[in-house]
Design a protein. Structure first.
Length: 160
């Protein structure tokens, strides 16, 4: 199975939007700072997320992104699929040409595993991820908010 940083970062960024939903639109710059993901990479991901209808964007001052629907209505599998990520444990990418142009002995095993993973990710919403990890998420959100406040103070501090 190969779930690359593209899928992981997309889910992380969507969770960031869910955590910060009450603040209005969230800028990619803020997500970049909080999550340590490059801004240009986020721009690519959010272009795909927007095209798939998972996020809405607002332009101009005070603009940014927000989830297009509630976090409970967005499955992790949707996010991963939106950024063209596949969850496939087979070596042949499901083509059944793993060994001498035929399916290998373990092809069905890896296909079944891929299906299980896909089903699991399809059944868990962003809200459920946040609920399952509520303590860790709230601690991380508090840490990020503290960091944001410190950075804001530095930016707005008078220069002598």
């Amino acid at each position: 199975m190969k779930l690359t940083t593209k899928g992981r970062y997309a889910v992380t960024a969507m969770l960031d939007l869910a955590i910060n939903r009450d603040r209005g639109p969230v800028t990619l710059s803020d997500i970049s700072q909080r999550q340590g993901i490059s801004l240009s990479y986020l721009e690519q991901l959010f272009s795909r997320l927007r095209k798939r209808g998972l996020v809405d964007s607002t332009r101009g001052p005070g603009g940014g992104y927000r989830l297009s629907r509630g976090a409970e209505a967005i499955a992790v599998a949707e996010v991963i699929a939106a950024v063209d990520e596949t969850v496939d444990a087979t070596r042949c990418k499901g083509q059944k040409n793993c060994k001498d142009a035929r399916a290998c002995l373990t092809h069905q095993l890896w296909t079944d595993l891929s299906n299980q993973i896909r089903d699991f990710l399809g059944e868990i919403s962003l809200a459920q991820v946040l609920e399952k990890r509520s303590y860790e998420v709230s601690q991380e959100a508090s840490r990020q908010e503290s960091t944001r406040r410190k950075m804001s103070r530095r930016i707005h501090a008078p220069v002598f």
